[in-house]
Design a binder for this molecule. Structure first.
Ligand code: SAH
Length: 229
């Protein structure tokens, strides 16, 4: 069995092990096919490429990590994407999650707060032919208002609370998948659905551990007036 197939089997095994938490036995076939098509070694620094097909996170430099394949697959599944969707990702990192999403939807916008990472990820995605991904350096707390509303938003860093701008930038009925909790500790992966009149429905999926969502200091003042009732 090759390394890629072993990684896919490891994802499927972990899905089964966590089935009571995630309320599903298997992930969407479209998601598994999307994962299969992305060459994960290309998203890792040369020194860590030996970890490319392990079902674990790995360092990508500047204190950041590429997420565990099972978590990438699960979050992609929880977004419930359609081929016609436009999705916003917060936390481009290596660009791996964006590449997986690019196989699932029409257009991916991805924000990364560290300029060096966003530049590298944009170059890598272009080189690999992911033409429907646009990466920009910026603070995800404010979303990407020029491209909103989105059919789904995925946050791949741990937020202390739910940024209101991200709710504002979702279509009614669309989902936000986000880890919320203590930085450098434990967070709950939440699936938040935007309902009519700006109301939200939130579901806890399972405990996760992400690097922190940084920035956002001006969010209270900047967005206090945006909240619709
Ligand atoms: N999705 C990535 C892994 C995410 S690691 C991948 O597939 O490789 C989390 C990333 O979120 C880091 O690169 C970090 O710099 C970025 N980040 C942290 N706070 C952010 C913010 N406020 N806005 C945008 N990106 C942020």
């Amino acid at each position: 069995m090759n390394d890629l197939q072993r990684m896919l089997n490891d994802i499927e095994r972990e899905v089964k092990l966590t089935r009571h938490l995630i309320s599903k036995e298997t992930l969407d076939d479209r998601v598994m096919a999307a994962i299969k098509q992305v060459p994960r070694p290309e998203f890792l620094p040369a020194d860590y490429r030996f970890l490319a097909y392990e079902n674990g996170p790995a360092p990508i430099g500047l204190g950041q990590t590429i997420s565990q394949p099972y978590i990438v697959a699960l979050m992609s599944d929880l977004l419930n994407t359609k081929a016609s969707d436009t999705i916003l990702e917060i936390g481009t990192g290596s660009g791996y999650q964006a590449a997986v999403l690019s196989n699932l939807v029409k257009q991916v916008y991805s924000l990364e707060i560290i300029a060096e990472l966003s530049t590298k990820a944009a170059r890598r995605l272009e080189k690999l032919g992911y033409n429907n991904v646009l990466v920009r350096t910026g603070d995800g707390h404010f979303g990407w208002p020029e491209q909103a509303p989105f059919d789904g938003i995925i946050v791949t860093a741990a937020a202390a609370d739910i940024p209101q701008a991200l709710i504002d930038q979702l279509h009614t009925g669309a989902r936000l998948v986000i880890p919320v909790g203590l930085p450098y500790d434990y967070q709950e992966l939440l699936v938040i659905k935007k309902m009519a009149a700006g109301k939200i429905e939130s579901r806890k999926v399972l405990g996760v551990s992400f690097v922190p969502l940084t920035g956002g200091s001006a969010r209270e003042t900047k967005h206090s007036g945006d909240c619709q009732e």
